[in-house]
Design a protein around this ligand. Structure first.
Ligand code: ATP
Length: 294
């Protein structure tokens, strides 16, 4: 994970821009590593998002043309729907997120958001509509307030607290002697992985994006922490379209839809109950995970 350790307080507006870029890159590091040189089309317009419908239309992609990763993915996510993407390691789950951000262009097919091809709109406007909750949140050496407020320029204390409440971190923050003024990061209070993630969720909520892309933590957290994060993510997802890249199955059983990716194709698509009763790939993955947990 990128660590940002340089002193940031004194930096001026130019540096603020650089820092924003660093944060955005840092936040997306797991999901969106190695951004490619993608340019806006001449005259590209900003995307207009209403409901936040996401559509993958026969999408094919490989980082290397010789090695296709996605081989014809079609997936329609309705506005407000919660969809989890599961599949074996290396099946291309995170790649789907990177393509939605247009960090790479598809080699065939198209990705549309509310009917607009992501190649036809400005990347800045596209990125503003999609909030990413990464596995690891980068914290600045600054106050908790600053770390949350980063989600939106000019956020008021009331906005910050509302986001922190939804992210289930407000009570923790107010229990600290210095509350929202508590210094965190390398030189301040060290937050646990779960606390950091909730600060990251609050930061993303402040941005108020219609679409959320969650890169679920790979490592198991303790039950209490996991429950806190789950509640925070559920609150965060209310009224938004949510794609969860799930590396484990335990946390996504409540998704509206679970999509199973294998060898570049969607091999199953349904609710947890549907897929279990089908006795196919998902049921197999679930049984294996249950056995491992026992
Ligand atoms: P995991 O659950 O292990 O995180 P995943 O399903 O998210 O895996 P991806 O990260 O999407 O898998 O990777 C899909 C395939 O693409 C893998 O074989 C991976 O090695 C390859 N890949 C990923 N990123 C790159 C890249 N930047 N350049 C070349 N190949 C890549």
């Amino acid at each position: 994970m990128i660590q940002i350790t340089m002193p940031l307080n004194f930096l001026g507006s130019v540096y603020r821009e650089i820092r924003q870029a660093l944060v955005d890159m840092g936040e997306m590091f797991d999901l969106l590593e190695q951004p490619a040189e993608i340019q806006d089309k001449p005259g590209a317009a900003p995307i207009r998002v209403n409901g936040g419908a996401v559509s993958f239309d026969n999408v094919a992609f490989g980082y290397d043309p010789e090695r296709p990763i996605l081989k014809g993915i079609s997936l329609d996510v309705q506005p407000g729907q919660k969809v989890a993407i599961v599949g074996p390691s290396g099946s291309g789950k995170s790649t789907i997120g990177r393509l939605m951000f247009r960090f790479y262009d598809v080699t065939d097919g198209a990705i549309r958001i509310d009917g607009q091809d992501v190649r036809d709109v400005t990347q800045d406007s596209l990125h503003a509509q999609i909030g990413v909750v990464p596995q690891d949140t980068v914290l600045f050496n600054d106050t908790i307030r600053y770390n949350i407020a980063y989600g939106r320029d000019g956020a008021s204390q009331a906005d910050i607290e509302a986001a922190a409440r939804s992210a289930q971190i407000h009570d923790f923050i107010t229990s600290l002697p210095e509350g929202y003024d508590t210094a965190v990061g390398e030189r301040g209070l060290k937050l646990s992985g779960g606390e950091k993630q909730r600060v990251g969720i609050a930061r993303t909520l402040l941005k108020n994006p219609p679409i959320l892309l969650l890169d679920e933590a790979t490592s198991a957290l303790d039950t209490e922490t996991e429950r806190g994060i789950q509640t925070a993510l559920e609150r965060a997802g209310e009224g938004r379209t949510v794609l969860t890249i799930a590396h484990r199955l335990s946390t996504i059983a409540d998704a509206d839809r679970i999509v199973v990716l294998e060898d570049g194709h969607i091999v199953e698509d349904g609710t947890h109950a549907d897929l279990l009763s089908r006795g196919g790939r998902y049921a197999g993955l679930w049984a294996r995970q249950e056995a491992e947990a026992a």
